[in-house]
Design a protein around this ligand. Structure first.
Ligand SMILES: [Mg+2]
Length: 230
């Protein structure tokens, strides 16, 4: 069975330099009249619905009210994000282009996938705006599939089965991400975990979560490939 390589997006493949956070804040205010304590709460490693529930809980908005507004929230978020993208550059991190190209050159050995807290159309916009391209990812699990990141590896695995006809064994799953939440969602299912310190968490903080591999960046293509595939 091929390896199923599941990449996180923000902090791992690229940065929007705050553009998606601003769009999220504007959308929350449009729909709920408040963005809660948005400046004090980290988005890192969380799914989009998880962030909305968490912020609005602080504002004492009942969960049922938040849930009823989510579809509207995503529509507003995407509109605000599209506006941000008119004047804003989304940058891939150093080495990411080379890393993804290398994986694609090894078609027999790995499926390229996403595992991200972004809602799917948000993921698509970020990857397309960065030039990395959304459509090259063969499999994905998104914040729009579950509020709980720990459920996303098995959703990605089920989609891989639909694609290749065989359910991937847990040991063929490889989760690549920049936060403790990426590492722990991989550990829940016995996946290999690769942490990269290009997001807000330091190498030291990630080390404490005991990922199988830890890199400062994805720049050393050969070492990263070896960690994913060996
Ligand atoms: Mg991330």
């Amino acid at each position: 069975m091929k390896k199923l390589l599941l990449f996180d997006i923000d902090g791992t493949l690229l940065t929007t330099d705050g553009a998606s956070g601003r769009a999220f804040e504007s959308a929350l205010i449009d729909v709920y009249g408040t963005a809660g304590p948005i400046g004090e709460v980290s988005f890192a490693g969380k799914t989009d619905p998880q962030i909305a529930y968490e912020l609005l809980e602080h504002a004492e908005i009942p969960r049922s009210v938040v849930k009823a507004g989510l579809e509207d929230l995503w529509n507003r978020y995407l509109k605000h994000f599209d506006n941000e993208l008119l004047s804003h550059i989304v940058r891939p991190f150093p080495g990411v282009v080379e890393c993804l190209n290398h994986i694609e050159s090894k078609t027999g050995q790995a499926l390229l996938g996403l595992l991200t807290g972004n809602i799917e159309p948000g993921a698509q916009r970020k990857l397309d705006a960065s030039g990395l391209g959304f459509s090259r990812f063969q499999v994905g699990a998104f914040g729009s599939d579950s509020e709980n990141r720990d459920e996303l590896p098995m959703i990605a695995a089920a989609r891989a089965k639909a694609l290749v006809g065989e359910h991937p064994e847990c040991e063929t799953l490889v989760i690549v991400g920049d936060t403790p939440a990426d590492i722990s969602c991989g550990k829940v299912v016995g996946a290999r975990t690769i942490a990269v310190a290009t997001g807000v968490y330091s190498r030291f903080q990630l080390e404490e979560c005991c990922p199988d591999f830890l890199f400062d960046s994805l720049e050393n293509t050969d070492l990263v490939w070896d960690a994913m595939i060996r």
